[in-house]
Design a protein around this ligand. Sequence first.
Ligand SMILES: Cc1cc2nc3c(=O)[nH]c(=O)nc-3n(C[C@H](O)[C@H](O)[C@H](O)COP(=O)(O)OP(=O)(O)OC[C@H]3O[C@@H](n4cnc5c(N)ncnc54)[C@H](O)[C@@H]3O)c2cc1C
Length: 342
Amino acid sequence: MTDPIKTDCLIIGAGPVGLFAVFELGILGLSAHIVDNLDKIGGQCSELYPDKPIYDIPALPECTGLSLIENLQKQIKPFNTPIDLNDRIDEIRQEQNSWFVKTTQGKEFITPNIFIAGGVGSFEPRKPPIESVTKYEGIGIRYSVPDKNYYLNKNVVIFGGGDSALDWTVELSKIAKHITLIHRRDEFKAVNHTVEQMKQLVSEGKVTLYTKNQIADANGNDDHLSSVSIKSTDGEIKSIDCDEVLIFYGLKMELGPINDWGLNLHEKQIQVNTEDFQTNLPGVFAMGDISYYPGKLKLILSGFHEAALAAQEAFRRARPDEVLTFRYTTSSTDIQKKLGVK
Ligand SMILES: Cc1cc2nc3c(=O)[nH]c(=O)nc-3n(C[C@H](O)[C@H](O)[C@H](O)COP(=O)(O)OP(=O)(O)OC[C@H]3O[C@@H](n4cnc5c(N)ncnc54)[C@H](O)[C@@H]3O)c2cc1C
């Protein structure tokens, strides 16, 4: 059996906030280790909207979800922080002034600080409970768009009536061969402008729309999807030939194991103080979408601020005998050395 890994800070979640926390810890000279249960870094930015523009990151007039994450990755490169993907933090246990942490894969850590940057928890797309749909998952049926160019010249069927379904209908109609949008109601829960864009595409024949219909079945051979069957509220079944299917029925936002760690919760968020973003457990901090305090805004920029303040307190816990001096990156040669600036 190997000894637990020692780190100054264990970060739960490789979303934008967990990644930026590495920077804030790194410039103070603290080591970090990130664990994320998804198969890629970037949290919601990579999973839910990699190609969509973001306009409210300070000093970055426009970036996409993906380019923001690529830039963060570049910014934390000097620190060589290990990032374990496809693993989940299941258990945390206090041991004197430190925390023992265990993952689903059985990895163990000892650390004075835990940063919970778990966003909406371990989020999972809602999936229709249909056996044939499960069979074609990943080979024709998907719940997110990892790369929009994958849909070039393809016949795509999109299910859903919210922002994701409508946004992707509009976006993919620019490159796909044809889009069929299917929604179980007549009304859409998306911004008016996108609904109008979609209706315009329908009138131009670029999108075919079926309302009051739901997915009923998926058909094809062992490794290739060729059509989906839809069922109307009147019980009528129709088959639609397609290459690819995207289902946007929303996400299940579950805190999962975080629920069991004795943290004070506010609905599905973790209560923190606004001085250092510590929770009710000493050395356990929460930041980004998962943290709650009066006035909280679930914005990336709020998470960045929270990470910066939490890192200061994390330093005091990891280096109790050292004095923390506030320094600007512009003028501190010590910080610049850590960043590899020559
Ligand atoms: C469509 C859309 C558009 C948006 N546009 C904007 C915008 O324009 N501007 C803006 O500021 N914000 C925007 N947001 C919100 C923004 O994406 C979030 O505020 C941001 O992603 C929060 O970052 P985070 O790091 O806190 O969490 P997340 O990005 O949610 O990342 C959390 C990570 O933690 C992991 N995790 C959770 N629990 C565990 C566990 N137990 N073990 C291991 N890993 C775990 C998850 O897998 C996930 O990868 C948008 C969101 C959406 C959905």
